[in-house]
Design a protein around this ligand. Structure first.
Ligand SMILES: [Zn+2]
Length: 256
């Protein structure tokens, strides 16, 4: 069975997140450079172990050929990824959280791509609250997966599991991987920003429901109190020092 479709696996969009690079390395026997392509996005950031050189690459699309290092990479990548049927963009994080897929579009094919990974949590970050400047905003069907904590072997293994599931389910590999059971769908509805030194309080767990009136974070100046029931996402993430967390609600996705 020859697959006519092409997929790109993106690593190190953030230079300090090596998981995608590791996946590309481990899949080198099946990455043929034609149907399955591996792309290391921010080589310089990766070399220096830094998230970015001048600015967040995943907030730099569609880029600028005369801009700073990330804007120039984004410009080149925007042109390159347009031709891919699928783009899988692999990330990792510093906080404690279950892994999750991020979608900025809610089409059938986006959902399909995310669901075929076998991941249990899918988070919709639709344009109103997302930057609109992420890599996956600029390809026909792209998703990001936040695979786990930086640099853990368990994160690399999980990333391999998701990637091989996708490649198997979409017909890029002969063997079909097992899929897992239920998926929870979330939609980001708000971002809670810090105003000062607020820290997320103990007992707040990512993807665990916070009830209206509960204290989410507290600092010398103020407390952040939940204005409604929500699920926190990326609380205590060091890459986003200005936010307390993203707020999500659970949503139902109609089955096809
Ligand atoms: Zn990242």
């Amino acid at each position: 069975m020859k697959n006519e479709k092409i997929i790109a696996i993106i690593g190190a969009l953030h230079g300090d997140e090596r998981v995608g690079v590791e996946v590309i390395k481990r899949l080198k026997k099946i990455i043929d450079g034609e149907n399955i392509v591996g792309i290391v996005a921010n080589e310089e950031g990766l070399k220096r172990g830094k998230r970015f050189i001048s600015q967040d690459l995943n907030r730099s699309f569609p880029g600028n050929p005369k801009g700073n290092p990330e804007e120039r990479i984004a410009y080149k990548l925007t042109k390159k990824i347009k031709k891919f049927d699928y783009v899988l963009d692999l990330h990792s994080f510093s906080c404690k959280s279950e892994p999750f897929a991020v979608l900025t579009k809610k089409t059938k094919s986006h959902l399909n791509l995310a669901e075929s990974s076998g991941i249990r949590k899918i988070v919709l970050m639709l344009p109103k609250l997302a930057s609109g400047k992420a890599l996956i905003d600029y390809c026909p069907c792209g998703i990001s997966i936040e695979t786990g904590r930086h640099d853990l072997e368990s994160t690399f293994k999980r990333a391999m599991f998701y990637t091989e599931n996708i490649l198997g389910t979409l017909g890029f590999l002969k063997k079909r991987k097992r899929k897992t059971g239920g998926i929870d769908y979330f939609k980001i509805i708000d971002v809670f920003f810090k105003e000062g030194d607020e820290e997320v309080v103990e007992g707040i767990t990512n993807f665990k429901l916070i009830y209206k009136g509960e204290t989410v974070a507290s600092g010398r100046q103020r407390k952040v109190v939940a204005p409604y029931d929500f699920y926190p996402v990326l609380a205590r993430e060091r890459a986003y020092p200005n936010i307390v967390c993203l707020a999500a609600k659970r949503v139902k996705i109609e089955k096809r």
